[in-house]
Design a protein around this ligand. Structure first.
Ligand code: GRF
Length: 208
């Protein structure tokens, strides 16, 4: 097995609770699940609970603020450049967006054109963008869909539209409430984000 220094390096970007970050942290502690090391966690919200999860696991954290940039008269591109510069210092093989609520611009993706993965709680081509679970539940209630799903995909400039790495349908049940559906989706997300990260890392290793 690879020594800790030889493991592929992951940087995780979060905005909130970080339950998916936790799934990644736990999986790295079971090498059979995820052969990688999380070398940094970046949040765009200082109060994100995921920062505490990272700190408890001994992972370095950073907080970035678009608002601070804007208040200083700087642009969105300036912000993306500075996030990219910060990530470069962590020398990642893979960047995982785990509930990161900023859209990454082409300016950012020019730095990392091929190694950013996003988790999205909907099937490919459905419910792009924010509040995907709520919108899927509403569509079910209107009889427009009978199931929803989750996916991990490569990040390109079009939101939630990059090449799919893994996807999984999730049924919506007649007695589901939004909360029960969300719970079921989150439990499955915690698995697919780990599996997707390993698949992506294996693919990147083949390209070396
Ligand atoms: C997940 O549902 C993810 O798909 C979505 O944001 C949520 C993040 O949850 N885009 P957490 O912060 O990992 O708990």
């Amino acid at each position: 097995m690879a020594s800790n220094d030889e493991l592929p390096r992951i940087v995780v970007l979060i905005s909130g609770s970080g339950s998916n970050l936790q799934a990644l942290i736990d999986a790295t502690q079971t090498p059979r699940k995820l052969q990688a090391k999380i070398v940094g966690v970046i949040s765009n919200r200082q109060k994100a609970y995921g920062l505490q999860r990272a700190q408890q696991a001994g992972i370095p954290t950073e907080t970035v603020s678009l608002k601070k940039f804007k208040d200083q008269g700087k642009t969105r591109e300036d912000f993306d450049e500075s996030v990219a510069t910060l990530i470069h210092t962590m020398q990642p093989d893979l960047i995982v967006l785990a509930g990161w609520m900023h859209i990454l611009s082409p300016t950012f993706l020019a730095h990392f054109p091929n190694n950013v993965m996003n988790l999205h709680p909907a099937l490919p081509g459905q419910f792009d963008g924010a509040h995907a679970i709520e919108r899927a539940f509403e569509a079910y209630q209107q009889g427009r869909i009978s199931e929803t799903g989750i996916m991990v995909h490569k990040v390109i400039a079009d939101v939630d539209r990059g090449q799919v790495i893994l996807q999984q349908p999730i049924p919506i049940l007649p007695d589901d409430t939004l909360e029960t559906l969300e719970d079921r989706i989150h439990k499955e997300e915690h698995k697919i984000i780990v599996q997707g990260a390993q698949v992506f890392l294996d693919e990147l290793a083949c390209q070396l």
